[in-house]
Design a protein around this ligand. Structure first.
Ligand SMILES: [Zn+2]
Length: 226
């Protein structure tokens, strides 16, 4: 589980070799973030007591067919809206999902149902058993990496003089994430990652994921100004 903040930063880092087209890079960064929103479905399935809720993760949002579908979808939107930007966005979004899948496969420990709905899981890490302490630190590391992503957005905004009204809030959100990282790391290693505590952690993770998505859209001028 590479942390979602890492995916977002990979999206930002790809700007060096992306062609400069309006909304393309916005699509790339959001496409890198998007696949882990399947955790919202996992959360719903957990709350609804469906069997094996974790089986929804790394499936339908992590599929080559989804990449094709979003590119076609946004191409149609661009035709209907007569706006080229949507096509750029769709191409970027598809490329972002592909990058996310690739990073997931390499870094680490779980497989990806690459051609969902075909039930075949590619797992380069099947031989590895993840120790509990590592699983905990990778979990709370989600907050740490969101924090770094928010700091990165803020510093890019300052450098390119964009989104002046968001620079402060992005830094505040970064500090909140660092605080959550420290808090939950301490709690997990003393109380254990289970029960109500783990549910609260999961809820805050989903909230952070939504904040990252919204902040990326809000700070699109910064993302695109690079
Ligand atoms: Zn993923």
């Amino acid at each position: 589980m590479p942390q979602n903040g890492i995916h977002a930063m990979v999206g930002i880092a790809s700007r060096k070799w992306m062609p400069k087209r309006e909304w393309l890079l916005l699509g790339v960064v959001l496409g890198n973030i998007f696949p882990d929103l399947d955790n919202l479905v996992v959360a719903y399935a957990t709350l609804a007591n469906l069997p094996n809720p974790e089986h929804f993760h790394r499936t339908f949002t992590h599929s080559i067919f989804t990449v094709l579908a979003v590119v076609v979808l946004f191409f149609l939107v661009s035709l209907l809206a007569r706006n080229e930007k949507w096509k750029n966005f769709g191409v970027g979004f598809g490329a972002g999902i592909l990058m996310h899948i690739l990073v997931d496969l390499i870094l680490w420990f779980n497989g990806v149902v690459l051609f969902w709905p075909i039930q075949y899981e590619l797992n380069l890490w099947g031989w590895f058993t993840e120790p509990a302490w590592l699983e905990m630190i990778l979990g709370t590391g989600e907050f740490l990496m969101f924090g770094f992503y928010f700091l990165l957005l803020g510093s890019l905004a300052r450098r390119s003089n964009t989104d002046l009204d968001r620079q402060r809030s992005s830094r505040i959100w970064a500090y909140i994430q660092f605080g959550l990282f420290l808090l939950f790391t301490a709690l997990f290693f003393t109380i254990g990652a289970q029960g109500l505590l783990y549910q609260v952690f999961g809820g805050l993770y989903l909230l952070s994921l939504i904040v990252a998505t919204v902040m990326t859209v809000q700070m699109r001028r910064t993302v695109e100004s690079l």
